[in-house]
Design a protein around this ligand. Structure first.
Ligand SMILES: *Cc1c(COP(=O)(O)O)cnc(C)c1O
Length: 395
């Protein structure tokens, strides 16, 4: 691939909805990627919490190569072994157990569309029409998911959006005030990822579970960014000892192969009836084999324990840098938000890239860090040097 002029070729060929890419990448291995400019980067974004096993991990390479050479796609008129294996695995790791059921899509936004339709089915003969979501939440960009997304800049060009969704402040008081028997579902991320890795107030998740039970509403958790071991448990709600009625999963589940899932618990598993939803690609053997390989490797190598430990190590390291730009360090496990005292996140991420480190400016006040779950001491040491260089450069 010729490197010259990639930026103008991108602009002339790709839809204008894309931001200008930061650089052009051509290969990866472990926690590193290489640009067409020959430069090596330490990847502490992992394709936005997607490359759970890093790049070109043999477990994923082998599973995808052998599955594509065996059976890649058959349509939903047929079952395949990797599909059933993955559904059973998801029932186990979510804790949904015997009564759990799984629907497969191809992207996070599709899992949220399925969740939205699930919420509509919990309507109690038409009496429940309201869905509560949070301001600043991100749930995807197709029209249903976008109706749940709570960011005006993403929503406003595309109105009218779907009826019935109300965005409330992320406080227990706001939730209590909005809750009644006309609410079909409460939908939120356990940590708001796109908002800059923002934690919910203490007690929010547990209170949401109580209130949804009391009023017959579904609790639907979007764990598309927070799930699959990243925050130190398979799913973040497991750290609060609660079970949702449904959880959406995507990003890190298959290390970069497109697949998502909606997992329902208990009675919520009975809402979807035959013919209610479907997808041509959803749950195909290639994507489900990839997910089985990734989840299997996370389990076999205890990458969840690694996420927890390395997360603590990284948080301490960032605090110890003592940079006047660092206001707070948010998130759990290997989903980290660095809150800045000045609106210079883009400067920090640009300086990091220049130094050979990929991190993400989620907004002007937040740097998002989400390395592969395989990250070890060598990469963390290198991150420490490069990130403090970047903070100094941006100061
Ligand atoms: C990324 C993300 C989505 C959307 O997933 P896509 O695969 O981009 O459609 C939805 N919710 C959350 C919390 C996400 O982080």
């Amino acid at each position: 691939m010729v490197n010259h002029d990639w930026s103008s070729r991108f602009g002339a060929a790709m839809m204008g909805s894309h931001a200008t890419p930061l650089t052009m990448l051509e290969r990866g291995e472990g926690c590193y990627v290489w640009g067409t400019n020959g430069k090596r980067y330490l990847d502490f974004l992992a394709g936005i919490a997607v490359n759970s096993l890093g790049h070109a991990h043999p477990a994923l390479v082998d599973a995808v190569s052998s599955q594509v050479a065996t059976l890649a796609h058959v349509s939903n008129y047929f079952a395949t072994p990797p599909q059933i294996e993955l559904a059973e695995r998801l029932k186990r790791i979510t804790g949904a157990g015997e009564r759990g059921r799984v629907y497969f899509g191809n992207s996070g936004t599709e899992a949220m569309e399925a969740a939205f339709k699930l919420a509509r089915l919990n309507n109690d003969g038409g009496k429940r029409r309201r869905i509560l979501a949070l301001t600043n939440a991100f749930h995807g960009r197709t029209m249903g998911a976008l109706s749940l997304t709570g960011k005006a800049a993403l929503r406003d060009p595309f109105g009218p959006l779907l009826d019935g969704v109300e965005h409330i402040d992320s406080t227990i008081e706001a939730l209590e005030a909005a809750m009644d028997d006309t609410v079909a579902a409460v939908v939120f991320e356990p940590i708001k990822g796109e908002a800059g890795v923002v934690d919910l107030p203490e007690g929010f998740i547990v209170r949401a579970r109580e209130l949804t039970r009391e009023h017959g509403a579904l609790l639907i958790l979007d764990e598309i960014q927070t799930g699959v071991g990243r925050t130190g448990t398979w799913f973040t709600y497991q750290q609060f000892d609660i079970e949702p009625d449904a959880v959406t999963i995507a990003k890190g589940i298959a290390g970069g192969m497109p697949i998502s899932a909606l997992v329902t618990f208990g009675e919520a598993s009975e809402l979807f009836k035959r013919g209610h939803h479907g997808s041509t690609f959803g749950g195909n053997p290639l994507a489900t084999a990839a997910a089985n390989a990734v989840l299997g490797e996370i389990e076999a190598s205890d990458l969840i324990g690694n996420a927890e430990q390395r997360g603590t190590q990284l948080r301490e390291l960032i605090r110890e840098m003592g940079s006047p730009l660092v206001d707070e360090v948010r998130g759990r496990g290997l989903l980290i938000g660095v809150g800045l005292t000045e609106p210079v996140a883009n400067k920090v991420s640009a300086a990091a890239l220049e130094a050979g480190l990929i991190v993400n400016a989620a907004n002007e006040y937040s740097v998002r860090i989400a390395p592969p779950l395989i990250v070890g001491d060598v990469e963390i040491d290198e991150f420490g040097r490069l990130f403090s260089t970047a903070l100094e450069a941006a100061q």
